[in-house]
Design a protein around this ligand. Sequence first.
Ligand code: ADP
Ligand code: ASP
Ligand code: MG
Length: 443
Amino acid sequence: MKFGGTSVADAGRLRAVASLAKARAGSGVLLVLSAFSKVTDGLFAAGRAAVGGDEAEALSLLQKMIERHRAVASELLGVGRAELPEAVESAIAAAEADLGAVLKGAALLRALPERSLDILAGRGELLSTAILAAFMGAPWIDAREVMRTDSRFGSAKPLTGEIRELASKRMLPLVGPGMIAVTQGYIGADTSGAPTTLGRGGSDYSASLFGAALGASEIQIWTDVEGILTCDPRVVPTARPVELLGYDEAAELAAFGAKVLHPATILPAIELGIPVTVRNSMVPDGRFTTISRESASGQPVTALASRGPVTVITVRTPRMLGGAGFLANIFEAFGRRGVSVDLVSTSEVSVSATVDGNDGVDELAADLAELGDVRIMRDRAVVALVGERLLKTPGVPAKALGALSDINVEMISLGANEINLSLVVERGQAAEAQRRLHAAFFE
Ligand code: ADP
Ligand code: ASP
Ligand code: MG
């Protein structure tokens, strides 16, 4: 059971998490927690302040974070702030000392190497779990001793074979029938023991990696919405829960920007066929989404997602006509610059590709200019329609484009997996595009 930031925001929410876990402890539960809501953001903000030379601001953000944890722990455990149990006190004191040192160092050097940033960014999870484990009297497992990763700090890749071995040794004995253990999402350690993180929102991914490593019967993602909805409710307030989703559909939605799931969450579950459910910790008996091998939606369009900013790069050259090897040359240039290609669409004389954000685009454009005329469109967004029967149902693209009528669609890509229709629009129009598509397909 993974609980995200809003589900562990304060003492009241932590109490709710504890009773939810106890009510479901029948076959054993591993609780995977995020940091309290906004704590990770605050840690990054403190890091930025330090790098900007504002040590006072950085340390004051750290103090606020420390105070918040003391206050929550003392309320939850019903003891004074000076009487916190040893495990909680030492976790908080260590955070204060370690992060104080990291921030002072960063302020001095005006730099925060990714390696140190991960020590900072991952600390919220260590604190939230120390507090809940103390409240529940449950074993606390240091995820850094199980979540083995490579050394790409900030977006480390899990080493699944080692994780499986470590999980059977260190976790499995603590999650037998009726037992509950508590561990952290988001964080891990590389083979030398240096702390790493899986990237923002990575707790979902941690939960599914641990779930797969333990051969769990279900991976539950508890959040603040009733499952995966037909669209981001912040964009379309009338979006409604989707009851059933196939692995492909869920993976596609996550990859195309549905923040409710980290993009890699589904992968570990697929191999073992473990169902993933997405549930609302505020409404535990409410509606929820089941993602499994059997539960493909059967819908032409199941949900919408959007991601941005993206940049569209178009290379046009008459030499492409009937020539061989141009695409290879073009993509080789992307590879050389380490720019990852997302959507692609080609004509006889041109090829367009989208890339996330704007990093490295200017250098890449200079390289591509040797191959043809290059056009760059920045500040765009991808709006994706995802559905199991999308390409098997006549009329979906026509309906989508019809709904957008006066919104200019600058690029169209039909996913090769036949469940995704992606449209590129100006970023400022992405929300309106989703509202129109939602009205056309769901209302
Ligand atoms: P947590 O802290 O539990 O990990 P997140 O904020 O990461 O929660 O993810 C939940 C949020 O994802 C929701 O509150 C919602 O705003 C957003 N979201 C985006 N797309 C969707 C979608 N299709 N369905 C549900 N929620 C979505
Ligand atoms: N706390 C981390 C973050 O805010 C991981 C997570 O919440 O999934 O990104
Ligand atoms: Mg999240």
